[in-house]
Design a binder for this molecule. Sequence first.
Ligand code: CTP
Length: 410
Amino acid sequence: MENKIPVLDRRPVVLGVTGGIAAYKAADLASRLVQAGAALEVVMTPAAAEFVRPLTFQALTHRPVAIEMFSLLQDREIGHVALGQRAALMIVAPATANTLARLACGLADNLLVTTALACRGPLLVAPAMESGMWHHPATRANLETLTRRGAFVVGPEKGRLASGASGEGRMAEPETILDAACWVLGRSGPLAGKKVVVTAGGTREPIDPVRFIGNPSSGKMGFALARAARDRGAEVTLIHGPVALRPPYGVACHAVATAAQMQEAVLAAAAEADVLLMAAAVADYRPRAAAAQKIKKEAEAARLELVRTEDILACVAARRRSGEAGPAVVVGFAAETEELLRHAREKLEKKGLDLIVANDVSAAESGFEAETNRVVILDPRGGVESLPLLPKREVAEAVLDRILPLLAAR
Ligand code: CTP
């Protein structure tokens, strides 16, 4: 299924829901976790059940929802202990100030906190409360206790609060909490301890203060690669052009605009990196000089003098050849409209790459803005592997699968 996320697929996850207005958003989170493949169990506090009916979560998870402390499951396991012990991760969303305090003290007087105490996996909390409560020294101290003990915190964000006021205390969006859960679960994955640099999106070369030469790259492929590398435990730096995408949780993002800015950022990050995945659509030419003021339409025809930008990958390859520090594995992307394999192989060789991922951008389903991609992966030994049409997230997983053995061989 399309929404499955490997790091969550078939993993036992407990979602604890506490009594705040954001509890209604926890239903969306539960749905996303189930779609990602998680074996999800929901525990609610009695106060949460005042906001959202347990039936909502039961319908989403197809499992009974636990609220009562002293109910025994059919198989006669002690409910909370069994739930906690099985969990690879417990998420508390929303986490009210009250529940954060209970968790910090280990005050196990409801099923949710008791389950958290029995849980051997990591704890991820998504606080949600009024700004005053969030900034109160008591809440700060409780949170510090929890994080010192190894808990992870996602959010809260700034925005409109239940009171109608605006401030810090809004629960992180469900998709951000899901993203944070992937990061938490992926930490000890096969790329743990490795640094991966990913580039994404297109660059913009200014003509004047209000115009530029650009391309329609959406950044989706690069963002999917960054998430896939993060979910395998890598420390990821994502260098991207202007995009309209949510930054991946747990990834260091670096926004740039021009090819020269991207080059500077990539060369700095690549010196320390183990892997470079160059998915960005970098401009090959830029106006020789950008006009200082908006160009007026006067002449009937206008000319723009363009000069070549530097090839970032070729630069990284040259540094590798000269023995300077650089990534052990370098992967390029080739977006073509004709003669896909011939052009891709030429780039693989010319740029000294370990792999090249080629796709035909003239096809709607594998174009710049598509959610899907159909790629061919080429290696320097003459290997050619065609993948079927897949969501970009799955293409990213396939690329990462091929990087692990290359890294191990270095
Ligand atoms: N690339 C780069 N620096 C550039 C241009 C491209 O590092 N100035 C990288 C891209 O990020 C991609 C690979 O090179 O990983 C191939 O990019 P592509 O635009 O397909 O190839 P070009 O080398 O620019 O060749 P052409 O435009 O002639 O097809």
